[in-house]
Design a protein around this ligand. Structure first.
Ligand code: ZN
Length: 243
């Protein structure tokens, strides 16, 4: 389909929902953590994969190693929103987009001005003491010179409010995401192959007839899409608002 078709689909839309993943932020310089090298553990002579490091068990057993990986590969404090984030914020401001549902934890949608953002996997910008619950901004986690950031009030371990492997997603957030997708007149899937649970299940709740998929690789829903692009999310959505 031509780009003009995407313009037409969106111009008639009043309840757009965007469902996004890592590909939405690659143009902001944030790589998919699954592409990162693992972590070599000298004590055990074992190399851990990113998925193992980002698990609840690993965090509890090796918090310093977790943070060594996390601070290097998961946090990009200098990253800025790209054309995709800006276009989505604009669609919301125009009253045509009801929610951004994202698997990303970088907070770039909010930085671009989006307000209705459902962060399924949490955010690096929220952190809390596991003992007393005191909250900390990202800067506290990055500036703490110790291998593991500790609570200034009780010395408890500070944990990012990020959903690790082996942890459950917030059911209230899931409900809100499901509701938004069920009510959507247009669903844009961007930068995700829909393989990480519960992405495919959530997206399958969409009942409308305007499904747009922008992803580098095929997704299980390609056969149902009204518009497909294997381009960058920023290029495709950014073209809606040429500067
Ligand atoms: Zn504390």
């Amino acid at each position: 389909m031509e780009q003009a078709d995407l313009q037409t689909i969106l111009s008639d839309s009043r309840r757009i929902v965007f469902f996004g993943g890592a590909g939405t932020s690659t143009e902001s310089g944030i790589p998919d953590f699954r592409s990162a090298d693992g972590l070599y553990e000298q004590r055990t002579s074992k190399t851990y994969l990113p998925e193992e490091i980002l698990s609840r068990d690993f965090f509890m057993e090796h918090p310093a190693d977790f943070y060594a990986f996390y601070r290097t590969h998961m946090v990009y404090p200098e990253a800025l929103p790209n054309a995709a984030h800006r276009a989505l914020a604009r669609l919301e401001q125009e009253g045509r987009l009801t929610a951004v549902v994202t698997q990303n934890i970088d907070g770039l949608h909010q930085l671009a001005g989006s307000r209705s953002v459902l962060e399924l996997h949490g955010s690096v910008h929220r952190n809390y003491c596991m003992d007393c619950g005191l909250k900390y901004p990202l800067s506290a986690v990055l500036r703490d010179p110790r291998p593991v950031p500790l609570c200034t009030a009780c010395e408890g371990i500070v944990k990012p409010d990020v959903v690790l492997y082996q942890e459950n997603l917030d059911t209230d957030l899931l409900d809100r995401a499901a509701f938004a997708i069920e009510q959507a007149d247009t669903l844009i899937v961007g930068g995700t192959s829909l393989t990480v649970h519960p992405a495919a299940g959530l997206v399958s709740l969409y009942r409308g007839d305007k499904l747009i998929i922008v992803n580098r690789t095929p997704t299980p829903l390609d056969a149902y899409a009204n518009y497909i692009s294997d381009g960058n999310v920023g290029d495709v959505l950014g073209s809606l608002y040429p500067r």
